[in-house]
Design a protein around this ligand. Structure first.
Ligand SMILES: Nc1ncnc2c1ncn2[C@@H]1O[C@H](COP(=O)(O)OP(=O)(O)OP(=O)(O)O)[C@@H](O)[C@H]1O
Ligand SMILES: [Mg+2]
Length: 146
C-alpha cells in the first residue's frame, strides 16, 4: 500500500490536485472520501468530475439526501454516493463498472480487493487549508499523478 500526504492551502489548490489526479483514472476505481463535515469531500468530487468532463461537473451536488447521484461523463460513468444518513448500502452492482466515489464510507469498504482503491482522508487545518492523506490499494499507477 502506498501512502502520501498532500497539503492544499485553498479551494483552488484542491482543484489543481483533482485535475492532476484525473488523467490517471482508468474508470473502475473505488474512491473513498473520509473526513469531517465541511472538510471538502463534495468539493473535491465536483472538481474531479469536472476534470473528467466539464459539463458533468457542473451538475454535481451533494448526494446527502439522494444517497447516490450518477454522472455519465464523456469517458466513464461516475457514481457519487453519500452514506452519511445510510447504514447499509449494497455497492456490488456498481463496483468496478465506473468510478465509485463514496463519502462517509463504512469501515469495511476497502474489502473490494479486486478493484483499485484510492482512500483520501481530509483533515481540516484552518478555514482554507486541508491536509489530504492518500492511500493507494492496487492503484500504484496513480502515483505518477499526485
Ligand atoms: N482547501 C479546501 N479544500 C476543500 N474545501 C475547502 C477548502 N477551503 C475551504 N473550503 C470550503 O469548505 C467547504 C467544504 O464543503 P464540502 O461540502 O465539500 O464538505 P464535505 O466534506 O462534502 O462535507 P459533508 O460531510 O457535509 O458532506 C466548502 O464550503 C469549501 O469552499
Ligand atoms: Mg459532502
Amino acid at each position: 500500500m502506498f501512502k502520501k500526504k498532500v497539503k492544499v492551502s485553498s479551494v483552488d489548490e484542491l482543484k489543481s490536485f483533482a485535475e492532476k489526479l484525473s488523467p490517471c483514472l482508468k474508470g473502475n476505481e473505488l474512491i473513498l472520501l473520509i473526513g469531517d463535515l465541511g472538510s471538502g469531500k463534495t468539493t473535491f468530487t465536483k472538481f474531479l468530475i469536472s476534470a473528467i468532463d466539464l459539463k458533468a461537473g457542473e451538475e454535481v451536488s451533494s448526494p446527502t439526501f439522494s444517497v447516490m447521484n450518477i454522472y455519465e461523463t464523456e469517458k466513464f460513468t461516475v457514481y457519487h454516493v453519500d452514506l452519511y444518513r445510510v447504514k447499509e448500502f449494497d455497492m456490488s452492482d456498481i463496483i468496478g463498472k465506473g468510478i465509485v466515489i463514496v463519502e462517509w464510507p463504512d469501515e469495511e469498504m476497502n474489502k473490494f480487493e479486486e478493484v483499485p482503491t484510492i482512500i483520501l482522508k481530509f483533515d481540516i487545518h484552518d478555514e482554507d487549508k486541508r491536509i489530504i492523506e492518500l492511500d493507494l490499494i492496487k492503484a500504484d499507477y496513480v502515483k505518477q499523478c499526485i
